[in-house]
Write a protein that binds this ligand. Structure first.
Ligand code: PEP
Ligand code: MG
Length: 587
């Protein structure tokens, strides 16, 4: 156990070594300056002038009635078509998720049903801009009422509307600012079309008023390595050009920071960059305890994922193979895709998650029946109750790909709730020829009975995104409950620790593959709570690897104990930070 009086690490002290919880970058706000608080979303700190997202244009409520309805409908259609072409052009310069999001938005702009609704409004005398605005508004309400994945698409549609209205009113295109210099991007929230175009060389940090810890903005900021604070209520008051210091580890935004704070942040950013550049190789604590650092992988080029410095794949989200299709992919088609991926990761381990359909990922060929609460309905492994063929086909395809490549492959099912479900899944997977079988722990019921569930499987992986939503009864797709979804909630951590203890007792590895694993300080807590592998997006790996290398396993246990003893998320984060090696230079 580490002495209480100081940390024995022989590292060169830096000005950041004095950083203390609750003081961004170790400084106090100078007199007259103010500090805004939000949710720490993507690590690192930066200082720079604010550039706000342009406000969306609003068409005048009471425009004179349109004289030529047909001409107005044509103008509206032309505006939507020009937006669709603009989105297509941007999609052409991207690959993977980014291109798919923009292409889907272009389809929305060309939706004939939307055109029909606009036509009804122009017929009734509305001018083109007002007709587009109100027709999209009505459409959005339908999506919002459907909930889940469809409700999230409402934001994409709003973005299409704002761009089309801007074209019609001849106003500047809403969206990302381009002040021509480095800036801190401040927004209410970021639409997918904005996030995929973000210029990581110009955007020093991101601050949003809305958004929770698993929102689009967070995932994007982390994948680009940009510091971010979300759920920052005071972001509304930030004006263009105002200097701010953003601390993505502490979740603070200092307005008009003093010269000292600016200097410290610059130094910290520089120091961080050089530290992370040196962080390579397998994950280990300072005393040599191995913690496998794995990658979360979805759609995209397997070669690009395999080029990253990860020890394998900890979560292959297979949904990308099934989305946007009327029929499921055939066994042959799936075998070909899995074979390419397993080939690319030859010599490493790949953890394939079986299809996680339902709830926020509805698929036309997965029948769930009408559901008022889809997140509590037929999703993940539960879809196999009525449609076992989808799962058995997928297991057959994975097994064939394993035989073809020889790559070490583990297979796990999402949303398993009981030991009996774990046993059934393990039997199915083994019958299909899979050697290493596990389940995800994302339902509190599964976590609470880990002792009885683990004997049926070879490993478990904790999905903290869903485990947070079900533990705190807070919909993860909502931006309005960020503090409940905060993975530092001690209730969530205590479930992780209970699974960790069961894993240690029964000799079964426990991993974590939710967003929580990508936060370097929280990663230490998770290891202290019993995780022996952590899976995350590629850009998050170096900071987690570096943090681990600065702490012994017993340090991690001490951090976990400190966080678990607190009553709330923010206090847990502060307690862990106070107990961590201050020379880690990441917080
Ligand atoms: C999770 O729930 O933490 C997880 C990793 O799965 P997903 O985010 O894909 O639901
Ligand atoms: Mg999940």
């Amino acid at each position: 156990m580490m002495p209480k009086t100081g940390h024995p690490c022989p590292d060169t002290p830096t000005p950041w070594a004095v950083a203390r919880p609750g003081t961004a970058a170790g400084g106090t706000a100078p007199p007259g300056a103010s500090r805004l608080a939000g949710v720490p979303a993507s690590p690192g700190a930066a200082v720079g002038p604010v550039a706000r997202m342009a406000a969306p244009p609003t068409p005048p409520e009471r425009a004179p009635a349109a004289e030529d309805p047909a001409a107005e409908a044509d103008r509206a259609r032309a505006a939507l078509e020009s937006v669709a072409r603009w989105l297509d052009a941007r999609a052409a310069g991207l690959t993977g998720d980014g291109a798919a999001v923009l292409t889907a938005q272009a389809l929305m702009a060309r939706d004939p049903e939307l055109a029909r609704r606009i036509g009804e409004r122009t017929e009734a005398g509305q001018a083109a801009a007002r007709a587009v605005h109100s027709a999209v508004g009505a459409y959005q309400e339908l999506l919002l009422a459907a909930g889940g994945y469809l409700a999230e698409r409402a934001a994409d549609l709003a973005d299409v509307r704002d761009r089309a209205v801007a074209v019609l009113l001849d106003e500047p295109m809403p969206g990302l600012p381009d002040p021509g210099h480095d800036h801190v991007l401040v927004a209410d929230d970021l639409a997918p079309a904005d996030t995929v175009q973000l210029d990581a060389d110009r955007v020093l940090a991101i601050v949003t008023r809305r958004g929770g810890p698993t929102s689009h903005t967070v995932i994007l900021a982390r994948s680009l390595g940009i510091p971010a604070v979300v759920g920052c209520a005071g972001a509304d008051g930030l004006r263009d050009g105002t200097a701010v210091a953003v601390d993505g580890d502490a979740g603070t935004v200092d307005v008009d920071p003093g010269a000292d704070l600016v200097e410290r942040i610059r130094h910290r950013a520089e120091h961080r960059r050089s530290l992370l550049a040196e962080s390579t190789g397998p994950g280990r604590t300072r005393d040599g305890f191995p913690v496998a650092l794995l990658l979360n992988v979805g759609e995209g080029d397997p070669g690009e994922a395999a080029a990253l410095d990860g020890e394998g794949v900890g979560l292959l989200r297979t949904e990308f193979l099934f989305l946007d299709r009327a029929e499921p992919p055939t066994v042959d088609e799936q075998t070909a895709v899995y074979t390419r991926l397993l080939d690319a990761f030859s010599g490493r381990v790949v953890t394939v998650r079986t299809l996680d359909a339902g709830s926020d990922k509805p698929l036309p060929f997965v029948r769930t029946g009408p559901e008022d609460n889809p997140a509590l309905g037929v999703r993940g492994y539960r879809t196999a109750r009525d449609q076992p063929g989808l799962l058995t086909d997928q297991l057959t395809a994975i097994s064939r790909a394993v035989r073809a490549t020889g790559t070490r492959t583990r297979v796990m099912a999402p949303m398993v709730s009981t030991p009996a479900e774990a046993a059934d899944f393990a039997a199915l997977a083994r019958a299909a020829g899979i050697g290493e079988v596990g389940v995800m722990v994302e339902v509190p019921g599964a976590a609470l009975l880990a002792d009885r569930l683990l004997p049926h499987v070879d490993f478990v992986s904790i999905g903290t995104n869903d485990l947070a939503q079900y533990t705190m009864a807070a919909d993860r797709t909502l931006g309005s409950l960020p503090e409940l979804l905060d993975p530092w909630q001690p209730a969530l951590l205590s479930l992780v620790a209970s699974v960790g203890r069961s894993g240690e007792r029964l000799g079964r590895p426990v991993g974590v593959c939710g967003e929580a694993a990508a936060d370097p300080l929280l990663a230490l807590v998770l290891v202290g709570a019993g995780a022996s592998s952590l899976s995350m997006s590629g850009p998050a790996l170096p900071a987690v690897r570096h943090a681990l290398a600065r702490h012994t396993r017993s340090d991690c246990v001490r951090l976990a104990e400190a966080a678990l003893a607190e009553p709330g998320a923010e206090r847990a984060r502060q307690a862990a930070r106070a107990a961590a090696n201050p020379r880690t230079a990441l917080w």
